[in-house]
Structure formats: structure tokens, C-alpha cells
Design a protein. Structure first.
Lengths: 306, 330
């Protein structure tokens, strides 16, 4: 039975080689069972010049593949160049939807349909009502919210609610580059060392337990979010869309698994095993949606929002 | 902005600390209610309504303003606690409320059009456009800047916004953009945005392993100390971790922000208010730090260089940093 909930591919949060980036989205355009695909640099504006020349052809290929294209804005906007980037993104997007990842972008998009990204703090119905009045048609909620909150937000029916469902969680953003710092460099002379780690640089505790992952100025979870076991329940709470965050694994296969679980073609338990096959080294977590610490993985728990 | 108009904004987690700050020369004291509506929701801290009424009376009699921080993000389905906090702050004649959530800004600006609104650092408004948005949408009159900008960037920003700018000058230092960090809840389930706590004491353990003491947060080791070393508090982003084959303070060392020597530059940049972190601190700490900064600001007002003041004995781990105000920090 087909589920009305849609799937999106989030913006690539990592610094991939430009041709790898382009070919990844070409593959998504041609093969992935998703409705929406996000393009654009969210983490570090220094990376944009390398791949932006490919955006038009990638967007065209995605549109030809029947995908809605959304252009995502930068999360932490400070410099003149970054402010110009947000302004021109909001003004020149043409027919494309734009996703705001800070309030300067949200303000620039006010009055026309747009998306609010997971790095904007929409924690409650008051803020949701405000951004919806300003033209937000879709809001991807911050990943730390529990199902009870997601349920309240979806029940407002003021904007479509999107929830992150796969990939390392964006946990923090900083002016400081930790990838550079790990090499005794500064952000200004970073040598783009974040490109060494296409899925982020794993951060272990002193006792060797993997804990976090660094992606330039962004700090992420070590664990990959995996809501295969929760997406159907969340969809029944009114969540309209699930976001899969790009990793250097077969994302078309990941998307297929989520689609098959939503459409009841496969049980979540079986899908979990297949997901582990697709990303062999990943450890998974789903704690936040259950109201628990984000790193935890709970099996067979019902969601509190129901 | 001239040094004449600069305000010193000082922390008070208890009525005793409020009096200490007022007596030491604070221009403003900032406080929170004793619940999850503020970002220092620690056991034994903060103000009941009657305590705040008394504190405001004490401060106002001495010409000091009181600002109420209501700077967490209301929980969906129960915004009433946060709305009540805004209503009560207005009723008790607080000089301003410090807010982070857009929905709460919207509520406060509509329900209390006369109430002065400040934008909390937790809103992380880092550009002129973001600050103008809060000003134009809700009438925000002052923004506390996130600790991500350099002094030249702050100067450029001050010239481009029609409202007052406040910056942190001393105390604990977030290394992530404030209000945009879920590291604490990833490890413990409790976060600054939702619960008003970071790296909460309820989830801290000190475990002896051989001749070492291991500090843990939510079961994750944050640091290890040898015998003779004092075991510091395991704030997540100030821990030692291994990455790229190297053990280091990857995010930040256990440092404390100190900008005494930068005060003239910050005034020249156009900053209106200097904020001292530390509502969780005792009255002695508050009194000492406020006195030091009072002396420094007064010296600058007289056209003198800021005095050399030794604050080493009251800073965490005795290490101090100018943080993001200097570009090399990045």
C-alpha cells in the first residue's frame, strides 16, 4: 500500500570532490525513488566555488528525472560574501524553492513560498505559525525534537512537516574549523583538509569509543540516524516528508529501502539488515525521536506521540 | 558609540549575587526565573517571583536595570510557562526581557508592546540581515551577538544595524554558535535549547581508574586526570578527544573568555553593552569580576588605557582567551 509521505535527499553536507558531487546527484536524478533533492553548500562557504559551476546541469538533470529541486542556504552567515550569497540565492532562484538555514535567509524569502531547514530553530507551534505566515510551506524540524513535539507540529497543519530520517546528525556549527584545527591549521589557511573525510572525521573518546564526527566547522554525530523503524508511525502522525542526508554509500539503495518500508513492501526489521549491508561501517541511532539521548538506538519501542 | 554610554551587564543567579553585582557597579543585572524558561536552569539557582520583585526594587533604588532572560525554546504543546514568564517579567517592571525564540518574540511584541525586548545570544543572529529581521518583525532593541565574530566584523555590523549591540566580555565560552548546538542532548538527552542546561551535572560521573580520574558525561569519557591534577568539569566541547590519530582538546581548551584588553576596540567598534557570563557563579565571583570591569570601563571613560587587572585566580583552569574576537581563533 503506497504511503503518501514523500522522501527527500538533503544537501550534501560534506566536502566532496566536485565531480564526485556532480555524479552523485546525477545518479540520484536517474535512479533514486525520491521526490525532492536539495543542492547547495550549508556548512562552509569556502567550498562553494568548487562545485557551483555544476549546479545548473545537476538541477536540470534532477528536474528531468521528475525531482523537485530545492536550493539550500548557508547555516552560519557572517562575512560580506556570505551575506551576498544569501541575498542572491533568495533573489535569483527562479522557479526553484529555496531552503533557509538561518533567519537572514528566511527574512529574504518572506512573502514567497520557501522551505525552512533543520538548522533553523523551529521548536514549537508559535514559531511554526510565524514562519508559515511569512511563506514557509515546508519546515524540516531540528533533529533533537522528540515524537511528542513532532506530533504537535504536524497537527497544526500550517506547513508540511519534514523530519530527518537518515545520516549523521548535524549537531553544531561554529566559526572555528575543527578539521583545520586537527591538522594544526586555521580556517583561513585550511588547505581544504575536510575533503579527506567524505563522511566526516570520526572523533573518539580518550578510551577509544567513537562519539562524534567533524565536518569542517560542523560537528556531527558519530552514529548515523536511522528511522526505518519509525517512519511509518511518524507518517501516521502527519509527517509529510523524510529527509535522507547524503553519505558516500549507495544513497539510491538507501532511498529504496525507506520507500519500501513506507509502502509496506518490506518490514522495518528486514530493512535494518539491508541498510547495514549498504553502509557496512555505520552504527545507527534513533534516540532523539524517542525522547532519549541522540546516540541511543532503541528497538521495537513505540513512539510517545501516538 | 562613546564610552560614556557603555553598559556593564552582569549575571545574577541568586538574590545575593544580584546585590553583589549592583553593589559592585553593574549598570544592568540579568536574571532568570527558577524553571526551564532560562538557559541556566540549574538546581538551586534563579529567582522566584517574589525574589525577583525584591531584586528589582533593590536594583532600581540604586539606578541599576534588571533584564530577565527567557531564552530557551518553548516546548510544543505547552508554551504557557514561557508566556507566563514574559507576562510576569512585564508585571514586575523588568527593564527588558531577553528572548531567543521567534514565536516567543512574536507573543511578547503583540501582548506587551511597551516591553523592551533584547535578542538573546541563543538566537545566534550573526549578520546585519538577521538582526534587522528581529528588529523589524518584533521591535527588538538590542541584540546579544553570538561568539563567532571578530572585532572588525562586529564594527562593520554595528554600522549596519539600527539597534544596540551587546557582546560577551568575560566568563565561560561557547565554542559553537549559541542556540545551534545539540551536543549536550546527543550525549545526555538534555539540551540548552529545550531544557536550559548544557552538559548537566545529573549526567556527570567521576570514575577512578587505577591512578587516574576519568570524567564522563552521559557515559562518554570527556577527560582524564592524573593524580595531583584537579579534575575539571566535563563540559562536552572542552574535553579531550582523539581525531586524526591525535589526542587533543579538539574543540576548545578549558579556557575562559577575557577581553579586558579589547574593551577600547569593542567600544570603538560601536558596541553598547558588555556582558559578563556566569549566572551559575557565587556572589564573591560576581562581585570580583564586576568590580574589575567597572574599573576598566571607568578608566576608558576617563580616556585612560584599561588597567592591568589579574583575573587568573577566578578563571577556569587559569587559562584565558579572546576567543572568536581574534581571527586566528578560527
Amino acid at each position: 500500500m503506497s504511503n503518501p509521505a514523500k522522501l527527500s535527499i538533503g544537501p550534501c553536507l560534506f566536502n566532496w570532490k566536485p565531480e564526485v558531487w556532480r555524479d552523485f546527484y546525477f545518479q540520484i536524478a536517474d535512479e533514486a525513488a525520491v521526490d525532492t533533492v536539495h543542492l547547495g553548500e550549508v556548512v562552509c562557504s569556502k567550498r562553494t566555488p568548487f562545485f557551483e559551476k555544476y549546479i545548473p546541469e545537476v538541477a536540470e538533470r534532477l528536474a528531468a528525472g521528475g525531482k523537485e529541486v530545492v536550493l539550500s542556504s548557508l547555516a552560519l552567515v557572517m562575512s560580506e560574501k556570505e551575506r551576498d550569497g544569501v541575498r542572491s540565492l533568495a533573489q535569483d532562484a527562479g522557479d526553484f524553492l529555496v531552503e533557509a538555514n538561518d533567519y537572514s535567509a528566511a527574512a529574504a524569502l518572506a512573502g514567497k513560498p520557501h522551505v525552512i531547514g533543520p538548522l533553523v530553530n523551529v521548536y514549537n507551534e508559535g514559531t511554526l505559525a510565524y514562519v508559515a505566515r511569512k511563506g514557509a510551506i515546508r519546515v524540516c524540524l531540528p533533529p533533537e525534537l522528540p515524537a511528542a513535539t513532532i506530533a504537535v507540529m504536524a497537527a497544526q497543519k500550517q506547513a508540511e512537516i519534514e523530519v530527518m530520517a537518515f545520516g549523521r546528525l548535524p549537531l553544531a556549527i561554529s566559526a572555528r574549523c575543527y578539521h583545520a584545527r586537527s591538522r594544526n591549521l586555521h580556517k583561513d589557511g585550511c588547505q581544504y583538509v575536510c575533503a579527506d573525510d567524505p563522511d566526516g572525521m570520526v572523533v573518539d573518546t580518550m578510551e577509544g569509543k567513537p562519539f562524534l564526527a567533524v565536518n569542517g566547522t560542523q560537528t556531527m554525530s558519530y552514529h548515523y540516524l536511522n528511522l526505518l523503524g519509525e517512519v511509518k508511525d511518524l507518517a501516521s502522525l502527519g509527517v509529510g516528508r523524510f529527509r535522507l542526508s547524503p553519505h558516500a554509500c549507495d544513497m539510491a539503495a538507501v532511498a529504496r529501502l525507506f520507500r519500501d518500508v513506507l509502502d509496506s513492501r518490506i518490514e522495518a526489521q528486514e530493512a535494518d539488515l539491508q541498510l547495514q549491508d549498504i553502509c557496512r561501517d555505520a552504527e545507527f541511532s534513533n534516540g532523539y525521536v524517542h525522547g532519549q539521548p541522540g546516540h541511543q538506538m532503541l528497538f521495537g519501542e513505540r513512539l510517545a506521540g501516538e | 558609540m562613546s564610552a560614556e554610554n557603555v553598559e556593564l551587564v552582569c549575571p545574577a543567579g541568586t538574590p545575593a549575587a544580584l546585590k553583589a553585582a549592583v553593589d559592585a557597579g553593574a549598570d544592568c543585572v540579568y536574571v532568570g526565573f527558577r524553571d526551564e524558561t532560562n538557559a541556566r536552569n540549574f538546581p538551586g539557582l534563579n529567582f522566584s517571583r517574589p525574589e525577583l520583585a525584591d531584586g528589582i526594587a533593590y536594583a532600581h533604588e540604586r539606578g541599576t536595570k534588571v533584564l530577565v532572560a527567557i531564552n530557551t525554546f518553548p516546548r510544543a504543546g505547552s508554551p504557557e510557562i514561557w508566556h507566563q514568564a514574559v507576562d510576569d517579567a512585564a508585571k514586575l517592571k523588568a527593564d527588558a526581557v531577553i528572548l531567543a525564540d521567534v514565536g516567543l518574540c512574536d507573543y511578547a511584541s503583540r501582548k506587551h508592546p511597551q516591553l523592551r525586548l533584547h535578542l538573546s545570544v541563543q538566537a545566534s543572529a550573526s549578520s546585519a540581515e538577521a538582526i534587522r529581521f528581529y528588529h523589524e518583525a518584533f521591535g527588538i532593541q538590542r541584540a546579544v551577538l553570538p561568539r563567532v565574530l571578530t572585532v572588525p566584523e562586529i564594527a562593520a555590523l554595528c554600522a549596519q544595524v539600527p539597534i544596540e549591540m551587546e557582546v560577551f566580555v568575560f566568563g565561560g565560552l561557547c565554542v559553537m554558535a549559541e542556540g545551534r548546538c545539540s551536543l549536550s542532548s546527543y550525549a545526555t538527552g538534555l539540551s540548552p535549547n529545550m531544557n536550559g542546561v548544557c552538559s548537566p551535572a545529573s549526567h556527570v560521573r567521576y570514575v577512578e581508574k587505577g591512578d587516574k580520574v576519568v570524567s564522563q558525561l552521559g557515559g562518554f569519557t570527556i577527560n582524564t586526570f592524573g593524580s595531583g591534577e584537579s579534575a575539571g568539569y566535563p563540559t562536552l566541547c572542552k574535553g579531550r578527544f582523539e581525531a586524526n590519530g591525535k589526542l587533543s582538546y579538539l574543540f576548545e581548551e578549558p579556557t575562559s573568555l577575557n577581553t579586558l584588553s579589547l574593551l577600547p576596540d569593542l567600544i570603538a567598534a560601536g558596541v553598547t553593552a558588555f556582558k559578563i557570563e556566569g549566572r551559575q557563579r557565587g556572589r564573591a565571583y560576581v562581585g570580583n569580576v564586576v568590580s574589575a570591569f567597572r574599573r576598566a570601563v571607568d578608566a576608558i571613560r576617563r580616556g585612560e588605557a584599561p588597567p592591568e587587572i589579574d583575573l587568573d585566580n577566578i578563571t577556569e583552569g587559569n587559562k584565558q582567551t579572546a576567543g572568536a574576537y581574534e581571527r586566528s581563533w578560527r
